[in-house]
Design a protein around this ligand. Structure first.
Ligand code: ADP
Length: 432
């Protein structure tokens, strides 16, 4: 205030001095002119500075404007500081906004923001894929015009979002199962979160099938066993007849035992996430163990050829490898009719991979079954499998063991001629 007053007094003194000098030299008109000119100097100074400010404001570069000296210096300095801090705040807000968008885009879940009229304000690319949306095209469109599933429209209309909604057969090829839930936020707006639950649904269906299959497999021998028990209990049988019944009961009990054992083997394999051991397994020893078991199982009904064509040994878990190999050999024996022949071979192929193969002259398998043989409880001929003590789990176990050893199970078969089951091990699993 004092500075402004002293500046004003100084200006008045200067104008008076100029007026006096002019009056003395050129007369009264010049005195008035000189006085007014000096007094109007601050106006000119302000005008020039304001004109410069206008230019910088128009080009949105106020913060780059050189500061004038004098009265306007402080005003412009403060203005520049304000503009700089506002711009910085805007940049920070934009950065935050971008971070949010990036985070939402990185989410594996679909995210859709709806306004109070259920119009799409924003959606991430996953939700575009889930629902066939296109953000640029569909922004501010009502979502119920774009997702036409009746259960979804009902869900939106009901306005009760405590429970999620399951949408099946979604996606362009109808292969997706989506779990969707709306969460209210802000002023009557909603956030739709969409999770892809296709794998969970599949696993759930597989679990249900598995339980149903196991129950079914167990129920048959239990029912038969109970029938025999009731008969033995109710009838006064002769010893030879009773022995016959006991034998049949034993075979049903044996069937249940095999099933439980195979289930446990499978469960253990699935639970064991550690990589398969790398013990050195001698091929000759493995083959001779298989030969003993095979001859006992066949009881002279088949002719065998056991061949060790390579001296390379296998690196693996002995119990698992023996289980996989003997499953293949026992299948060949069980499915090949009497007098058929079975060839079991260990060799190394041209690419240096180890191959264990079992070839039989059995009934063979039609090509449409081949890809499904390793599914649990999948059988081509159910009664043949049961009659020979099969559980329907053997090849599922083989496949598990193979993948734990990075091996591949290959099946070649010609109906009426026979089959070859081959386990191919990578080079890294072989040793001298
Ligand atoms: P199973 O206990 O029924 O033998 P697997 O999983 O071992 O179960 O085999 C699945 C199905 O594959 C069998 O039910 C059978 O139909 C078929 N199969 C397996 N090995 C042979 C083979 N060597 N010859 C013909 N069919 C076979």
């Amino acid at each position: 205030m004092i500075a402004a007053l002293s500046r004003f007094i100084f200006l008045v003194c200067l104008a008076s001095a100029a007026a006096f000098i002019a009056l003395y030299n050129w007369g009264p008109e010049w005195a008035i002119f000189s006085g007014i000119s000096v007094l109007s100097m601050p106006l000119v100074y302000s005008y020039v500075n304001l004109a410069r400010l206008r230019r910088y404001v128009q080009s949105d570069t106020v913060e780059n404007m050189p500061l004038p000296s004098g009265f306007w210096e402080e005003v412009f300095f403060r203005l520049q500081r304000l503009v700089k801090s506002l711009k910085q705040r805007m940049r920070n807000i934009e950065q935050q906004h971008e971070n949010f968008i990036e985070a939402f885009q990185a989410s594996p879940n679909g995210i859709v923001m709806l306004d109070e009229n259920d119009q799409i304000e924003w959606c991430n690319s996953i939700s575009e894929r889930f629902f066939g949306l296109n953000y640029k095209r569909d922004v501010m469109q009502r979502i119920n015009f774009l997702i036409r599933r009746p259960e979804f429209i009902q869900y939106l209309t009901r306005r009760s979002f405590d429970e999620p909604l399951l949408l099946e057969r979604m996606g362009t090829d109808g292969s997706l199962s989506l779990m969707l839930q709306a969460f209210p936020f802000g002023n009557q707006r909603h956030l739709l979160l969409v999770q892809n639950v296709t794998d969970l649904q599949k696993a759930d269906a597989m679990r249900r099938d598995f339980v149903a299959n196991v129950s079914h497999e167990m129920r048959t021998p239990i029912t038969v066993l109970m029938g025999f028990l009731e008969t033995v209990q109710a009838l006064d049988l002769e010893k030879s007849q009773r022995d016959q019944y006991f034998e049949m009961m034993m075979s049903q009990a044996q069937r249940m035992k095999s099933l439980v054992e195979d289930l446990l083997t499978l469960a253990n394999l699935e639970a064991n996430s550690l990589p398969a051991a790398t013990n050195k397994l001698n091929a000759e020893t493995l083959i001779s163990l298989l030969r003993n078991d095979a001859e006992a199982l066949s009881q002279g009904k088949h002719s065998f050829n056991f061949e060790v064509a390579s001296s390379e040994n296998l690196l693996g878990d002995e119990r698992e490898i023996l289980s996989a190999f003997s499953n293949l050999v026992s299948n060949a024996i069980r499915y090949t009719p009497d007098a058929g022949s079975i060839h079991v071979k260990w060799s190394v192929n041209q690419d240096g991979q180890g191959e264990f193969s079992v070839t039989d002259t059995g009934p063979g398998i039609a090509s449409e079954h081949l890809s499904r043989l390793t599914e649990r409880f999948y059988r081509v001929d159910r009664s043949r499998s049961r009659d020979t003590g099969g559980t329907g789990l053997g090849l599922a176990i083989v496949k598990h063991i193979a993948s734990r050893h990075q091996a591949q199970l290959m099946i070649e078969s010609t109906p009426g001629k026979g089959s070859t089951f081959t386990l191919r091990f990578p080079k890294e699993r072989l040793t001298a």
